[in-house]
Design a protein around this ligand. Structure first.
Ligand code: HMG
Ligand code: MG
Length: 324
């Protein structure tokens, strides 16, 4: 059997990637309760909202109010998406309630970049360069997402060298893999494990797998297989969303993120630590499913909250993989 890392770091992006993609606007109270519950699951980080234009993503237009109202337990990082200086100012104007980490975003596909941000790849980087500088001055860490690392909803397959070129440009504006978080987005959930291997092969002498975060969408049910291979390659940071919420309004056909419960369950069975309580995650999932009025697509969520729950729980407990 191949070696897995001893521990992986999990960011739950459900309140941001998940709720940005809902057709309706989730009430603020429910968002606050969801973030508060997630923050008590043991995840290292919660991506709580977005300071993007509310014209583009009205679902998260209440980011300020959310950051003012959520609890901030010690040890949990609360991040938010920021596309430009205007978004950065909004976040910083929150004073003590500001996010702990700023997440900027670009893509390895020109078409996706245009549709998602109304700018070329170079344009997005130019636009967020002052944000990077401002975050550094304020002592805030930065996550930089690169979307479409395997494929684009408009252009199809993306050559790994495109991802490499974007990372090189990001390094040129002062982003540093030893300090900042290079987050590789498999935006539309088409990857198979060999795509992940090919991608990391291309990046080999540029950035180490442990210096990247992998952000997988599970549109075709391959996200967990990709995560498993990535762990074997040395990736130790993953984004996932409670219950498998997620998607991007500007990536047609993209479904939810890798479900946090599925990742945590696999890790638990494979003796790889996450520090996350599956029971608490399920509680958070139940709450948001109740608000949305539907079940969530995550496999473990379905197994543990739907029919057959007792027998599944009993089976996993008897093999030492109980859910707390
Ligand atoms: P634009 O229309 O080119 O921007 O959008 P603009 O500068 O011309 O501004 C237009 C209006 O928006 C103006 O208002 C601005 O003030 C306002 P008006 O004067 O017309 O009343 N505006 C803002 N308002 C509040 N906050 C702001 C802000 N910026 C401008 N920050 C822009 C450019 C980047 C703003 C827009 O394209 C945008 O917000 N895009 C974000 C789209 C988005 O959030 N997509 C989903 C997240 S990415 C994702 O899901 C992928 C990921 O999960 C990884 C993966 O899976 O691959 C991260
Ligand atoms: Mg995403």
């Amino acid at each position: 059997m191949m070696t897995l890392p001893h521990r992986v770091r999990v960011t739950d992006v459900g309140p941001r990637d998940g709720l940005q993609n809902e057709s309706g606007i989730v009430p603020l109270e429910a968002k606050v309760a969801f973030v508060n519950r997630l923050a008590r699951t043991g995840v290292a980080e919660v991506e709580a909202s977005s300071f993007v234009s509310p014209r583009w993503v009205p679902q998260l237009g209440d980011a300020e109010e959310l950051f003012r109202r959520i609890e901030r337990p010690t040890g949990v990082v609360f991040s938010a998406l920021v596309p430009n200086e205007k978004g950065f100012d909004r976040a910083m104007n929150l004073g003590d309630d500001r996010p702990d980490k700023i997440a900027i975003f670009t893509a390895a596909s020109e078409s996706f970049s245009q549709r998602n941000t109304n700018a070329t790849i170079a344009g997005t980087i130019e636009r967020f360069a002052p944000v990077v500088e401002g975050a550094k001055k304020a002592g805030l860490p930065v996550r930089v997402y690169i979307s479409c690392v395997v494929a684009c909803p408009y252009e199809g397959a993306i050559a790994p060298v495109k991802v490499r070129e974007v990372i090189e440009r990001l390094m040129q504006i002062g982003l540093d893999p030893d300090r900042d978080d290079f987050d590789l987005g498999e935006t539309i959930g088409v990857a198979a494990p060999n795509d992940i291997e090919t991608l990391y092969d291309e990046l080999e002498d540029l950035i180490e797998p442990r210096q990247t975060t992998l952000h997988l969408h599970d549109t075709r049910g391959t996200a967990l297989a990709c995560a498993y291979v990535a762990m074997q390659l040395g990736v130790v940071r993953f984004d996932a969303a409670c219950g498998g919420l997620g998607g991007c309004p500007y990536a047609p056909g993209a479904a939810g993120n890798l479900a946090t419960e599925d990742l945590v369950y696999l890790c638990r069975r494979m003796h790889c630590e996450t520090g996350v309580s599956l029971d608490r995650l399920l509680e958070a999932g139940r709450q948001i499913a109740g608000t949305l009025g539907r079940s969530l697509p995550g496999r473990v969520f379905g197994a543990e909250t739907g029919a057959g729950r007792d027998s599944v729980s009993a089976a996993t407990e008897s093999t030492g993989s109980g859910s707390s």
